[in-house]
Design a protein around this ligand. Structure first.
Ligand code: DAH
Length: 339
């Protein structure tokens, strides 16, 4: 019987060595350790042994069972390791393969010039503020000293949204909102979209972009306005750019000016970009009207200020030599991807 047990152990261990997969290992478990297995068959015969032999054979049988069980475990884990190694082998990533090229977007030309503009004004100590696109008549007109019968209030120019609500036709509303919430000294710019009921053509769009600027403090003069705008023009258009003030009229400034810069494309000689004028008009500006200061509770006897409104679309079209303003709003990727 001892011999039989040794024989079973030897056969089982050898077979398990050679087992190729989990099914084979399982079949061997059944064959040796199962209810009708070879080891069980031997154990059933133990009843015929003498009391002295029984414990000896019993102990050996237990050892054989333990050895076979251990061999099964070993075979199983070897099999698992092998399977894992095969899978890793199959799934290796070739890190030398070229990557997938993903398309990255770019900034819109108006945002590109706006970013530069914000840099320039921030370096001069201006804060950037935001204002609502839906405004009331008070902020868009009344507090800006636009009289009730001024043609700019006409339904033709302004998109009214109902009684007293409108789409702002200028970023100048930001002046009022700023002076209501801040005390002088004030130095802010407010970029944003504005809306006017204009016919669409190469130079007009019902939605366009402005950047408002406002400075209020004691002793602010037209010289400060000129200095700030010259600095801005030099940074945006180049150090040789000349700035020209022309007298103009805006209800919210007195005196008012329109400001031209010398054409960067031709240096002032006249070309297609400046329509042979040598100059390009880029903004309106002036000294804040005393009435506007009063509307905001600021004493015009103590404080003075200047304001300006820059047309951002004009800045973008002249910088990038874009001949038609509509291109800025059509979102044609063939156009936008050039910037
Ligand atoms: N709001 C004016 C416009 O839309 C531009 C402007 C002119 C803004 C003079 C100002 C200013 O702040 O002082 O045409």
């Amino acid at each position: 019987m001892k011999q039989q047990l040794e024989q079973i152990r030897a056969t089982a261990l050898e077979a398990l060595e050679r087992a190729q997969n989990e099914q084979e290992i399982d079949a061997l478990r059944v064959r040796f350790l199962g209810k009708k297995g070879e080891l069980t068959a031997i154990l059933k015969q133990m009843g015929g042994l003498s009391p002295e032999q029984r414990p000896v054979v019993g102990q050996l049988a237990n050892e054989v069972r333990a050895d076979i069980e251990a061999a099964i475990e070993r075979a199983l884990s070897a099999r698992k390791e092998q399977a894992l190694a095969e899978r890793l082998q199959k799934e290796t990533v070739d890190i030398t393969m070229p990557g997938k090229v993903c398309q990255i977007g770019g900034l819109h030309p108006v945002n590109l010039v706006l970013e530069d503009l914000i840099d320039v004004f921030q370096s001069m100590g201006f804060d950037v503020v935001d204002g609502p696109e839906v405004e009331t008549e008070y902020y868009n007109f009344t507090a800006l000293n636009v009289p009730a019968d001024h043609p700019a209030r006409d339904m033709q120019d302004t998109f009214f949204l109902g009684k007293d609500l409108l789409l702002r036709s200028q970023t100048s509303c930001a002046q009022i909102r700023t002076m209501e919430t801040r005390k002088p000294p004030i130095r802010v710019i407010c970029p944003g979209r504005v809306f006017r009921a204009d016919e669409v053509d190469a130079t007009h769009s019902p939605v366009f972009h402005q950047c408002e600027g406002l400075v209020v403090d004691k002793g602010i003069t037209m010289c400060d306005l000129k200095g700030v705008l010259e600095q801005f023009a030099h940074e945006i258009y180049g150090p040789d750019t000349k700035v020209r003030f022309r007298p103009s009229f805006f209800p919210f400034t007195e005196p008012s000016v329109e400001v031209d810069v010398s054409c960067a494309a031709c240096g002032g000689k006249g070309c297609r970009v400046c329509k042979d004028a040598g100059w390009i008009e880029i903004l309106g500006a002036g000294m804040v009207h005393p009435n506007v200061l009063r509307y905001c509770g600021i004493d015009p006897e103590v404080y003075s200020g200047f304001a300006f409104g820059i047309g951002l679309d004009r800045l973008a079209t002249t910088r990038y030599k874009i001949s038609d303003i509509r291109l800025l709003f059509e979102n044609d990727l063939r156009f936008l991807s050039q910037f």
